[in-house]
Each structure stands twice: as C-alpha cells, then as structure tokens.
Design a protein around this ligand. Structure first.
Ligand SMILES: *[C@@H]1O[C@H](CO)[C@@H](O)[C@H](O)[C@H]1NC(C)=O
Length: 264
C-alpha cells in the first residue's frame, strides 16, 4: 500500500512537470532541447571545446600583440609625419621670408633704377646742354726769336676754333663759360745751340715756363695742364727773352690747343 502511494505521488509530480513543460513557449523548449542534447553527449566534447577555446584565446592574444605592434608602428609613423610636417612648415616660413626679402630687394632695385634713370636723364641733359668750347692751332710758317723782351706768340694756323674762344690775331684764348679747361702745347727748334721754350699765362700770371737747349739735333718742349677758369679769363703762350721757336716748314710742329672739360 505504501509502495503504491509513492508511485502515485511520483506520477503526480511528473504530471505537474509535464504541465509546466507544456505551458512553456516553443523557443524555450528548443533551448532546453539543445541543452539536453549537449548534456547527453557532453563528457568528451568539453575538453575539445576547452582546447578550442584556449587555442582561440592564444590566437587572439597573438593577434592582439600584432595589433599592438602595428599600433606602435603607426604611432611612430604619425610622430615622424608630424616632425616632417613641422620641418616643412619651418621651411615654408623660411621660403616665405626669403620671398618677402626678394620682393623688398626687387622694389629697392626698382627705386634705384628709377633714380638712376632720372640721373641719366639729367646727365644726358648736361651733356646735351654742355657748352662746346675747343681750339687747336699751329704756329705756322715763322721763325721766332730770340728777342730781347718776352714776346706774345700768335698761332696763325687754326685747325678748329669752336665757340671762337681763340683769337688768331692776338693769340689769346678767352673762356666763354666758367669751368675746367684742358690746355696743351708743343714747341720745336732744330737750330744748333738754342734755348727752346715757352711760358704759359693765365690772366697775366705765368703758370709754367718749360724749356730745352738744342745740341746737334732739334729740341722739343711739350706739356699739358688743367685750369679752373672763370668766364672771361684768358690763357696764352709767350716766348721768353732769349728763347727761340723755329717752324720754317709746313709740318705744324709747334702747336697750342685747349678745350672745356666740363662747366662748373
Ligand atoms: C699743317 O696744317 C695746315 C692747315 O690745316 C695744312 O694745310 C697742312 O697740310 C698741314 N701740314 C702738314 C705737313 O700736314
């Protein structure tokens, strides 16, 4: 009797479980089935699954390490790129400064050029407006000296006489403008034992006296100088007493020339 009561109780509880089972949803039932199925042949597979899992973890770890290494590399590359960019930026700013400098220089050159052009125009004007004064003469066919007194020399052969500063009648040059003038002369004599020479005067003042003594051959005296003349100043050559000039041919050996170098 006791045994049949126990059987009855078991049947009841089974029936209750069954009812609960039946009340559960289809999804839950499937999960439970799976669990049950697994649990059925679990013993050999747990180790395999664990091994698989461990392998996976190891693999993941390796991959993670690789990723980390790659990340470090990438970080390094980024750092290098940053550095390069900084240096490029510095270079760019240097280039910019250089360009600005060049631009400034260019502008300075332009200003200089303009100034030069202006000066050139002024110079051109000065050259164009510069008064033209020049004369060149030779003594001509004449034996001159020696005389007891100093004598005025009159150069009769006139090569050029621009602005008519030289007077071929008096032998005197008169400055028509204030400025620096260049003068040159040559005196020749070939007679034996003579004192050859001339004196140059500026407004009645003797500036130079050059001379030479002839021996068996001729003697030649020559010189040149610059003079700062005022308008109306005079320049001429004189033969000192006792000195000679010989020019009895047509070779134009004894000459007197001058020109305005620049006005002041
Ligand atoms: C000297 O000058 C005159 C005038 O210019 C010229 O006629 C003559 O030929 C010149 N003499 C010589 C030798 O050149």
């Amino acid at each position: 009797m006791k045994g049949s009561a126990t059987q009855l109780l078991l049947l009841f509880s089974l029936c209750g479980a069954w009812a609960q089972w039946e009340s559960q949803g289809t999804e839950a039932k499937e999960t439970t089935h799976k669990v049950m199925r697994r649990q059925t042949h679990s013993t050999p597979d747990i180790w395999a699954d664990l091994k698989e899992l461990r392998d996976m973890v190891v693999e993941q770890r390796v991959e993670l390490r690789n990723m980390e290494a790659k990340l470090t590399d990438s970080q390094k590359e980024v750092e290098e790129l940053k550095k390069e960019m900084t240096s490029v930026r510095v270079e760019m700013s240097i280039t910019k400064t250089e360009l600005e400098l060049q631009k400034t220089k260019g502008e300075e050159l332009k200003t200089e050029n303009t100034a030069l052009e202006e000066r050139m125009t002024v110079s051109e004007k000065v050259i164009k407006d510069k008064p033209k004064v020049a004369f060149s003469t030779a003594l001509g066919l004449e034996d001159t000296g020696p005389f007891n007194t100093e004598t005025q020399l009159v150069y009769k052969t006139v090569f050029i006489n621009i602005a008519s500063g030289y007077n071929p009648t008096t032998g005197i040059f008169t400055a028509s403008v204030k400025g620096v003038y260049f003068f040159t002369y040559t005196a020749v004599d070939y007679r034996i034992s003579q004192n050859v020479g001339v004196a140059l005067y500026h407004n009645g003042k003797k500036i130079m006296h050059n001379y030479e003594r002839t021996g068996k051959s001729d003697a030649l005296v020559s010189n040149a100088l610059l003079l700062d003349l005022e308008e109306g100043d005079v320049v001429y050559l004189r033969l000192p007493s006792g000195y000679t000039l010989h020019c009895d041919d047509t070779n134009n050996q004894s000459t007197f020339s001058g020109f305005l170098l620049f006005p002041q």
